[in-house]
Design a protein around this ligand. Structure first.
Ligand code: PEP
Ligand code: MN
Length: 338
């Protein structure tokens, strides 16, 4: 961190800042120019958090040199992280596809979906039992009964399952049934939920918030890692922009950006990004070409009857076709679909 003093900062103000930083256990490097003095700060900057240095007398501005996120930062952990989810791994040399309905609706729906997506090439079953819906009058999910159905589908097919959690109560229930917790876009900055998910030590799929910057997203992941849980997978699912032709705007640049800044695996969800079934396949292909570690694709036995997100859900033949089209692209990218 670099503190730039105002041109008219007094010697006393500069001394005060330097002493204050040293008293907090950090070192300083002073650079006295013709017009301004610059104070370089060396050491663990968390000691200066909440000290309001930017409004101290004589300070013009403060520039961070390193990112605020440390545990998720590639600089301090250059090796890519591989997250084990049940019998599969995300972030290694395979492309992992998670698929299933937006919401768990019935035993038949989940079981039929699990069998079909496994046959087509998916490795993880998704399905929401706690649904964070925009309207309180929309279907809110089957809650613990839904989690139970997901577990039954895992027992029948061997596919690990991922379910979204929206509260402490949902976490307490989910740990009994699922292989991976999902924290959705709307809760990306629910810091209490992030910490509680971290404490479970289960793998966590952290979706990007609707209007979150990549830095905010990595700081959200940092909350989970700071609880001693390194098993985080990031999911780009589109961000809100001025465009209305799609539900969100898929920010595919997040894939190489995350790759350069973090060691965590990143997957892409073209279903929620577009909200339109026809756009899912081209963007899934683009995500794989951009280097994603996996995909999340919504599927439903009868999308026209789905209780949520039917318009973006693929039928099973469409999903199978998508997997077959992806296979050569994934192989070309060095991440073959298992
Ligand atoms: C979901 O995965 O069903 C979901 C609600 O996603 P998001 O949080 O990305 O909107
Ligand atoms: Mn959905």
């Amino acid at each position: 961190m670099i503190i730039i003093m105002k041109p008219d900062a007094s010697a006393a103000a500069i001394d005060h800042i330097v002493n204050f930083i040293r008293q907090n256990g950090l070192e300083t490097h002073l650079s006295t120019g013709h017009e301004v003095t610059i104070i370089g700060v060396v050491g663990d900057k968390t000691a200066l958090a909440d000290k309001n240095l930017e409004i101290a007398e004589g300070v013009d501005r403060i520039l961070p040199v390193t990112e605020s996120y440390k545990l998720t930062n590639k600089k301090f952990h250059p090796e890519p992280t591989i997250v084990k989810v049940g019998n599969t791994s995300i972030g290694g040399n395979n492309l992992v596809i998670m698929s299933g309905p937006c919401a768990v609706e019935s035993a038949e729906q989940v079981m039929e979906t699990a069998v079909a997506i496994k046959k087509a090439g998916a490795q993880i079953l998704r399905g929401g039992a706690y649904k964070p819906r925009t309207s309180p009058y929309s279907f809110q999910g089957m809650e613990e009964d839904g989690l139970r159905l997901m577990k039954e589908a895992r027992e029948a097919t061997g596919l690990p399952v991922v379910c979204e959690v929206t509260s402490q109560a949902a976490i307490d229930a989910a740990v009994k049934y699922v292989d991976m917790l999902q924290i959705g876009a709307r809760n990306m900055q629910n810091f209490f939920l992030l910490k509680e998910a971290g404490k479970t030590k289960l793998p966590v799929l952290l979706k990007r918030g609707l209007s979150a910057t990549i830095e905010e997203w990595l700081n959200a992941a940092e909350y989970i890692l700071a609880e001693g849980n390194p098993n985080v997978v990031l999911c780009e699912r589109g961000i809100r922009t001025f465009e209305t032709a799609t539900r969100n705007t898929l920010d595919l640049s997040a894939v190489p950006v995350i790759r350069s800044k973090s060691h965590l695996p990143i997957i892409v969800d073209p279903s929620h990004a577009t909200g339109v079934r026809d756009y899912v396949k081209p963007l899934a292909l683009a995500a794989v070409a951009a280097g994603a570690d996996g995909l999340m694709i919504e599927t439903h036995p009868h999308p026209e009857k789905a209780l949520s997100d039917g318009p973006q859900s693929l039928t099973f033949p469409q999903f199978e076709e998508l997997c077959n089209t992806l296979r050569p692209v994934a192989a070309l990218m060095g991440k073959p679909l298992a």
